[in-house]
Design a protein. Structure first.
Length: 379
């Protein structure tokens, strides 16, 4: 079925051929223009848009093959059908290679001609529709990707808000934890950066820092805030906080690596820590980093029974416990990291976290102002 009104350009140096073709196509509702040579054809092509061009190959001046090359430059989509005066295999082949839809031989079979024109135009429109579809698809994909990205960002914001809310819930329970989690996170990622860890590892360590003591939510406030020495049961309850943290966080699949760091942040390098008594490199690297950061913040924070340690004294404790409580490589990294220089310029004046207080069983109840430098004073 002919496309009503479709514009066709007929190019042939013989006027009777052009007339025959145009009469046939006009009867089938095509709108036909004629050009007696390639130059005129190109002029018409630049003025109007044709669905199909029928062109003779052998013409004086620019021949049909050269015209086809020029047409492709001007309009890559127009359907071109070449017409040869005699079986011109080389010309037909070259035309097909240049993107002609088909070729017809003179004398023309007019029914075949109209069928070929119809199919050529149909194919051109299909190509255009397909391209338009692809374009729409690409913009839809881009739009969807943007929406997904925004949704992911929103989820990430919600997720981070929940994590911070969890950390704050613990801090609201006990004044001694004020800001502790965030400081531990900052110190720990400073060490992570010094060790050139991946962004993923650093992000995990940062989250683990925020969440490491979240298990204390499950510890009774009376125990957390007990001014006196803890009994065995109370001490066990405190020591259970890394396992409790794991239970709280385990429904969040994305936190698998973070949970492992949190669970092991009280392991000691020599294997005498808790909850699993892991030693050396069996302790996840993130946990070994967090332990040093946690201890440093605890040491430089004020306790109910003593002032905060100076930076120098705190570092001395870390160095003394290097290789026993702490991974010596991590202590060395902390001492060398720029994070330390930043911390050294701050005046520590804050409260220690409760497990540091309770872990220090021997030192508990010491008079204010006493410096406790034993490694066991650390959480
Ligand atoms: Fe802890
Ligand atoms: Fe802590």
């Amino acid at each position: 079925m002919a496309e009503a009104g479709a514009k066709v350009l007929v190019v042939d140096d013989e006027s009777y051929v052009r007339d025959i073709i145009c009469r046939k196509l006009s009867r089938e509702s095509y709108e036909c223009d004629q050009a007696e040579n390639a130059e005129k054809a190109l002029a018409l092509i630049t003025q109007g848009s044709y669905e199909c061009i029928l062109s003779d190959i052998n013409m004086p001046g620019m021949d049909g093959i050269e015209l086809l090359r020029n047409i492709r430059v001007a309009d890559s989509d127009v359907a071109v059908i070449m017409v040869t005066g005699a079986p011109d295999l080389d010309g037909a082949l070259e035309a097909m290679r240049l993107g002609a839809y088909d070729h017809l031989c003179k004398p023309l079979n007019l029914d075949q001609l109209s069928l070929t024109v119809e199919r050529a135009i149909e194919k051109k429109r299909l190509v255009e529709e397909n391209r338009e579809y692809q374009r729409n698809l690409e913009s839809k994909v881009q739009e969807r990707t943007k929406q997904l990205h925004e949704a992911n960002e929103e989820l990430r914001r919600l997720f981070m808000g929940s994590i911070k809310a969890l950390a704050q819930a613990l801090e609201a329970k006990d004044e001694y934890t004020q800001g502790h989690s965030e400081r531990v996170s900052e110190i720990a990622i400073g060490i992570g950066r010094y060790l050139s860890l991946s962004e993923k590892d650093i992000s995990d360590i940062w989250l683990a820092g925020l969440l490491h003591d979240i298990g204390k939510i499950g510890v009774r406030e009376a125990v957390l805030n007990k001014p006196g020495k803890l009994n065995d049961e109370e001490w066990k309850s405190i020591q259970n906080h890394p396992v409790m943290a794991e239970r709280i966080l385990c429904p969040i699949e994305e936190l698998t690596a973070v949970i492992s760091i949190v669970r092991h942040h009280h392991e000691r390098f020599d294997g005498s820590g808790y909850p699993d008594g892991l030693s050396g490199s069996d302790i996840p690297l993130g946990a070994r980093i967090l332990t040093v950061a946690d201890a440093y913040d605890a040491l430089t924070s004020r306790r109910p029974y003593r002032d905060a340690l100076s930076v120098e004294d705190a570092l001395s404790v870390l160095e003394d416990a290097s290789g026993t409580q702490f991974d010596p490589v991590i202590v060395r990294a902390f001492l060398s990291s720029t994070e330390l220089h930043k911390l050294a310029t701050e005046k520590p004046d804050r409260c220690a976290e409760p497990d540091s207080v309770h872990d220090a069983k021997q030192g508990h109840g010491a008079p204010a102002g006493t410096l406790l430098l034993k490694p066991t004073d650390l959480s």
